[in-house]
Design a protein around this ligand. Structure first.
Ligand code: AMP
Ligand code: MG
Length: 408
């Protein structure tokens, strides 16, 4: 039984990230949200593209207005009006100014903007009542970004803010990593699809749907293999096919010590290299992690629905992220929270208790979900956004004290 942190390290070391060339594809900017950049971006244009005004006002020579006061204003001749989107036609000479609006190009000659609040217009003249600072309110070409410099690095997950940057840089097509393919197999003779009327002894294969949703939420393509009966031949065929097809295989069930738990044996028969057989966490102790020729990472996950999702959140997600090409923050985020309820655990394994994490008065608060915390009870797992961690060796955490909570 490996401690969770050790298992995480082993798993991450086993992951071969997708290749930035062979495993890349081109997407349009419209389709790039949440995709992972496989090639760093630099722009061929400066930003701003040209000197422009940050305010509505007047474009001036700083020297002309360096000594204005309300009692001693300077009067300038307005020679042009420059709205945003129209190039200036004139050069501003000393004693002249151009009426200018936010985002409009700075006319040549001018170097500073006087905001309109400090002026009074009279026909084609304007009085300036306060001196600006030199170069004030001019957004100079290249002052935010100079062409050719690194703009966005590879390995980032593209968010709205990145998309804005890419649009500005006129990157309409981007090289991103392909989405990883994740095969999902549910093992068990008792399983049926959700549209099948239940017979005695049968249960719905919820894991197939939960794991497919988990994979989609995290940028992968689920390959749903459906329900595989507890028959060694059928299981072996399905696993072999999945291992050949997918980057990651997730099977649920059949990894425990029951008479019908065949997964580990089949993995060995198929030439898989088994690295982990169990982890010291509750729920989710039986966890098999195997590799096949460095081309496929296999997770044999326990069948109980809560264990299955907790295993995915805790162990599969870091692997999926790293494999996807993400370079930062692939491990789960743990935050310090105050627990509003007492937390109990067996003490032998690191225990994850599900509930909700919210920020109250600027502090994280954790509330455990009511009802049974057995691994077969998936009903109260709905809307979970945090798993409180009771460390190995501890059996209780009092209400009102600090606990680490894994965000999910
Ligand atoms: P196993 O790991 O195969 O021993 O299964 C442990 C428990 O999880 C049993 O009660 C199974 O019925 C249940 N279970 C296994 N697979 C699934 C599944 N795909 N969906 C829902 N429950 C499952
Ligand atoms: Mg089973």
């Amino acid at each position: 039984m490996l401690p969770a942190k050790e298992a995480e390290t082993i798993i991450l070391d086993l992951v071969q990230p997708l290749n930035s060339q062979q495993d890349a594809e081109i997407v349009s900017l419209e389709d790039a949200t949440e995709r992972i950049l496989a090639k760093a971006i630099a722009s061929e244009v400066d930003f701003p593209y040209w000197d422009n005004s940050a305010m509505d006002g007047y474009a001036v020579h700083y020297q002309d207005v360096a000594d204005c006061t309300p009692d001693n204003p300077v009067t300038l001749e307005i020679v042009e009006e420059i709205p945003a989107g129209y190039p200036p036609q004139k050069t501003i000479e000393s004693g002249q100014t151009a009426r200018i609006f936010t985002g409009a190009m700075l006319p040549s000659g001018a170097d500073t903007i006087v905001i309109q609040e400090n002026t009074q217009r009279e026909d084609n003249r304007v009085k300036i009542f306060a001196s600006p600072e030199a170069k004030q309110f001019v957004r100079y070409q290249g002052s935010y970004y100079q062409a050719g410099n690194p703009m966005l690095r590879s390995g980032i997950v593209l968010q709205a803010s990145d998309i804005a940057v890419l649009a500005t840089a006129q990157c309409t097509e981007l090289t991103v990593y392909r989405r990883p393919q994740v095969a999902i197999l549910s093992t068990g003779d008792e399983l049926v699809t959700p549209d099948t009327p239940l017979q005695p002894g049968q249960i719905v294969d919820s894991n197939q749907y939960a794991l497919a949703s988990f994979v989609k939420q995290n940028g992968g393509i689920p390959l749903c293999y459906g329900i595989i009966p507890d028959k060694p031949e059928a299981l072996k065929n399905a696993i072999e096919q999945a291992v050949n097809q997918a980057d990651i295989v997730l099977s649920t069930g059949g990894v425990s010590v029951g008479d019908y738990d065949y997964v580990d044996r089949i993995l060995a028969e198929l030439g898989g290299n088994i690295h982990i057989r169990s982890v010291a966490v509750k729920p989710g102790k039986p966890l098999t992690v195997a590799t096949f020729d460095n081309t496929c990472l296999y997770f044999g996950i326990p069948g109980n629905p809560v264990s299955a999702l907790v295993s995915c959140w805790r162990f599969v997600l870091p692997a999926l992220k790293k494999l996807s090409g993400i370079t930062d923050n692939v491990t789960p985020t743990f935050v310090k929270a105050t627990t509003q309820n007492p937390l109990k655990a067996g003490g032998k394994r690191e225990t994850y208790l599900w509930g909700t994490l919210e920020v109250i008065d600027g502090e994280y608060q954790f509330s455990i979900t009511g009802g049974s915390h057995q691994s077969a009870n998936l009903i109260n797992l709905a809307q979970t956004n945090g798993l409180a961690v009771v460390p190995m060796g501890e059996t209780s955490i009092e209400a009102g004290t600090e606990v680490m909570v894994m965000q999910v």
